[in-house]
Design a protein around this ligand. Structure first.
Ligand SMILES: Nc1ncnc2c1ncn2[C@@H]1O[C@H](COP(=O)(O)OP(=O)(O)O)[C@@H](O)[C@H]1O
Ligand SMILES: [Mg+2]
Length: 281
């Protein structure tokens, strides 16, 4: 089934996206449709429409408290939307279609769709009593049900990819923050998700450790297959990696476009102010 580009990027297509060769893509891998999220009277997300194409790298920037993490947590099924729907690879996350009606998804459905999504947080939360290898093998063993040998093989390959082949028998306490975050990346990737979310993966790190983590993410992005949503305050990184940058403020996408456009020619005053504050830091 082919979906016109207008639908894929129905949130105000930018010129560059119109010219994007991916417009031939059949359907988005992620679709947020009219998503709102409130905590009591606090409206954190307001009618978000967002489509991410397969393989697309989307950077999400914006002030603290603007709803970036909430947007990611909804996709990770850690939070439930107040209204609207989210689809991953054509499947609704929070709802199931029963005959003609949309009903709330059950745990089994959530568990299954969650497998399509990998997330790396600011804090890595490795199991301290397990070696690095076991940390990465655990989910393939327990969630995917792979044999010990298969899980080990996959885990070792992933750890090589993040540059930690020499550390597989170490424990988390023996690693630097940057190395731990690279383990966390391997742990998410080993599940072969269709979409990877990164929520400020370097903001808890000492400055000298930021580069190695960003390099690993860039290398993964360069492989091209996986869609990525990258929440970051590293503007250089966003510029290098992203196909598209979204500027978020007060629960809305205020402006979006290719990195060059967003960083060199921001249109809205809010984005101009945000970037200028940034440049001063
Ligand atoms: N579980 C929650 N309960 C109440 N308020 C929350 C909760 N999670 C987030 N918020 C609020 O939602 C707003 C957006 O938060 P968040 O998505 O973390 O923003 P960002 O990641 O852009 O800094 C903030 O005002 C935050 O305090
Ligand atoms: Mg956040």
């Amino acid at each position: 089934m082919s979906v016109p580009l207008k639908l894929i990027y129905h949130e105000e297509p930018t010129r560059s996206i119109d010219n994007d060769p991916r417009k031939a893509v059949i359907k988005p891998i992620v679709t947020y449709s009219n998503i709102s999220k409130s905590y009591g009277d606090l409206h954190v997300l307001k009618n978000i429409d967002l489509n991410i194409a397969p393989g697309e790298k989307v950077a999400l920037i914006g002030p603290s408290g603007s709803g970036k993490t909430t947007l990611a947590r909804l996709l990770m099924t850690l939070e439930e939307p107040t209204s609207g729907t989210i689809e991953v690879d054509g499947e609704m996350l929070w709802h199931q279609r029963v005959k003609d009606k949309l009903v709330k998804a059950n745990e089994k459905h959530l568990h299954q769709v969650r497998g399509n999504i990998g997330m790396v947080f600011q804090h890595f939360n490795l199991f301290p009593h397990m070696t690095i290898l076991r940390n990465v093998m655990e989910a393939p063993r327990n969630v995917l049900g792979l044999s010990k040998e298969e899980a080990k093989q996959r885990a070792v390959t992933m750890l090589e990819q993040v540059g930690l082949a020499g550390k597989i028998d170490a424990y988390p306490a023996q690693l630097s923050g940057g190395q731990k975050q690279r383990v966390a990346i391997a742990r998410a990737l080993v599940m072969r998700p269709k979409v990877m979310l990164f929520d400020e993966p370097t903001s808890a790190l000492d400055p000298e450790l930021v580069g190695e983590v960003l390099e690993v993410i860039k290398a993964i992005a360069a492989e091209g297959e996986m869609a990525m949503l990258l929440i970051t305050h590293e503007m250089e990184f966003a510029r290098d990696v992203a196909d598209r940058v979204l500027f978020f403020d007060q629960g809305r996408i205020i402006e979006q476009g290719p990195p060059k456009k967003i960083f060199n020619n921001p249109e809205s005053e809010r984005l101009q102010t945000f970037l200028s504050r940034f440049n001063r830091h």
